[in-house]
Design a protein around this ligand. Sequence first.
Ligand code: B16
Ligand code: MG
Length: 219
Amino acid sequence: MIKACIFDLDGVIVDTAHYHFIAWRKLANDLGFDFGEEANEALKGVGRMESLDIILGWGGVELSHEKKVELATQKNEWYKSYIGDMNPDEILEGVPAFLDQLQAKGIRMGIGSSSKNAPAVIRQLGIADRFEVIVDGTKLTRSKPDPQVFQLGAEAMGLSPDEIIVFEDAASGIDAALAGGFSTVGIGEAENLPKAQLVIPNFIGVTFEQIVQQLPITA
Ligand code: B16
Ligand code: MG
């Protein structure tokens, strides 16, 4: 029986995924190469330093650890400047109504994000009090697709993975949730999330019952 939902943040609750993309792309352009939205799919849900390593691989660029830390810090400064003006209007359409439904049904709610900026983003959106547990990138030693982020969330709630649905926009996040034994719902396009047990384009008009009915959950 499902007792809780854990939401990824970037790309599920708010479209910060786009801000990550334009900051990383600016960095690549400064290094003399480019990449597009399609390649960017591989960066979703992946931690900051791991993302940088993937991007440098695309450009065939090899750098010292010190230089990589400098570049990752620069990207984060750009990212923070993009998200600095965010407000509650940027919460993705359908999300507040879905959270209201869960609250009314007594389904518990948490956040499982790879982002070290997650607490700041959640505060800025004014939704910190909606989630009983927030696991962010500062608490992780292993990046998605490792299940650690969701396992820490489940532990904090005192629940087992088979009692929790994870909502994710990233293939790495779906892999993480499946590896941990959670039910998985992908947010976005099915072709980008082939392993998700169910994919929905967004939360507009979605009911919790519809989700549960379409997942292979034993009651
Ligand atoms: P930061 P999520 C992830 O957040 C993003 O999808 C990914 O693009 C980013 O590199 C990662 O957080 C780390 O973010 O640099 O802010 O610590 O999707 O897991 O909520
Ligand atoms: Mg995400």
